[in-house]
Ligand binder design. Structure first.
Ligand SMILES: [Zn+2]
Length: 411
């Protein structure tokens, strides 16, 4: 479905930012190379609203198609687990949340709810998630609603839990929501004056500055920043009073917005500074030059791969995150066959095929003994962790960290 209006402010003044071509759904892992290559493809293009500066996809794939066969298991990522532990301990320090009701929207397998172990009992931890992995969170003993969040579900949650929430989190979820106004109405039901809402999402300006274009995929309907978020929150009587940067997140560096019901008319200092920063970025023409800089980056990575292949080398990739699918589908056409294998630790993905290109995903041990001479790290957002692991294992291949800058490591 083409989207002709801004999701936040409903303006039709939309302008192109980046076009990554037609791509399959980034989490549609297939059982054979043929199925992978024959997957449906949709435009993967980001447009910007000139009125509120929200960036969003030009084509919307319905969530039921995306989450039909969803295999992303949050807890398989150790750095992400550590990130959430730190987030919860900061929330406790800042807002004293002992023994409080907690709601995590998009709870996945319960990775974030797990982090409240020392803080609040399991029956006060509530999760919402439309995907099938939510059953894993339910098995852990949390109250889980296996559905997308909407107004009717919010009423049901309040009835069933019997309380409003002290903390509501959307970590790497807000950008996945198409009908944002339904969510805002739901939040008015779920929150009271004491509720702190935390929305953590990849930060648009970091993505633009550092070429993190691979965080663009069909699940991410919106690319968020403070200015459009302020406009949206104010429409529903909320205020953003604090923002926090972090380098680790499920999709790379992100910004966490701390939101509550409006208490005053003035912005806090950190909000004022961030507004000024974003206005300066917009003025600098950052949206106009993005496509060109990505094409240039692509050319250098292709050259590096071609050189290795020419000298008899074999190329592999490490990790199969959704963003790896965007990166590889932007670089290669289906029958290109330049990548032999992708290595993975998530057992659900091993022996499946990366969407669109028919590349097989294998276990780490099979990968290490497959004669790969150059490996591209697709989970580059955890690069420190993987570089350390690479050194410890003394792997014989060269390791390429593709983003934010192309870097090659040797043991
Ligand atoms: Zn807008």
């Amino acid at each position: 479905m083409k989207s002709s209006k801004c999701r936040f402010c409903r303006s039709e003044d939309l302008h192109d930012v980046i076009d990554l071509g037609k791509q399959p759904l980034a989490n549609a892992f297939s059982t054979s190379a043929k199925k992978s290559i024959n997957l449906n493809r949709y435009d993967l293009k980001v447009v910007r609203c000139k009125r509120c500066n929200l960036c969003q996809l030009s084509e919307i794939v319905h969530w039921s198609e995306i989450y039909n066969n969803y295999s992303y298991l949050s807890s398989s990522s150790k750095p992400l687990v550590d990130h959430y532990k730190k987030l919860v301990s900061r929330l406790d320090e800042k807002y004293s949340i002992k023994n409080s009701y907690i709601l995590d929207v998009g709870c996945n397998d319960g990775i974030l709810l797990d982090c409240y172990d020392q803080i609040t009992p399991k029956n006060k931890r509530v999760g919402v998630d439309p995907s099938s992995v939510a059953k894993l969170a339910k098995e852990k003993g949390y109250q889980v609603f296996n559905s997308p969040l909407n107004l009717a579900l919010s009423e049901q949650i309040i009835l069933s839990v019997g309380n409003k929430f002290k903390i509501i989190t959307f970590t790497n979820v807000f950008a996945h929501i198409d009908d944002i106004h339904e969510i805002m109405k739901s939040l008015r039901k779920l929150m009271n004056e004491d509720t702190i809402l935390i929305i953590e999402a990849p930060y648009l300006y970091e993505m633009l500055d550092n070429k993190y274009f691979d965080t663009i995929y069909h699940e991410h309907y919106s690319y968020l920043s403070l200015l459009p978020m302020l406009m949206l929150m104010e429409e529903y009587g909320f205020e953003i009073f604090y923002v926090e940067h972090s380098n680790i997140g499920a999709s790379g560096p992100n910004l966490a917005y701390h939101v509550r019901f409006k208490t005053k008319n003035d912005y806090t200092e950190i909000i004022k500074t961030t507004i000024a920063y974003e206005l300066k970025k917009i003025k600098s023409g950052i949206f106009d030059n993005y496509q060109k800089s990505i094409e240039k980056w692509k050319k250098s990575l292709i050259e590096l791969i071609d050189e290795e292949v020419k000298s008899g080398g074999v190329i592999g990739c490490i990790g199969s995150p959704a963003k790896g699918s965007t990166l590889l589908n932007f670089m290669f056409s289906p029958l290109n066959n330049k990548i032999k294998f992708i290595s993975e630790v998530n057992p659900i993905k091993i022996n499946s095929y990366l969407p669109g290109l028919g590349i097989k995903i294998v276990s780490e041990s099979e990968f290490e003994s497959s004669g790969i001479t150059l490996a591209i790290l697709l989970t580059w957002n955890y690069r420190d962790f993987f570089i350390e692991k690479y050194k410890q294992k003394k792997s014989s291949y060269k390791l390429v960290v593709p983003l934010p800058e192309l870097n090659v490591y040797k043991n």
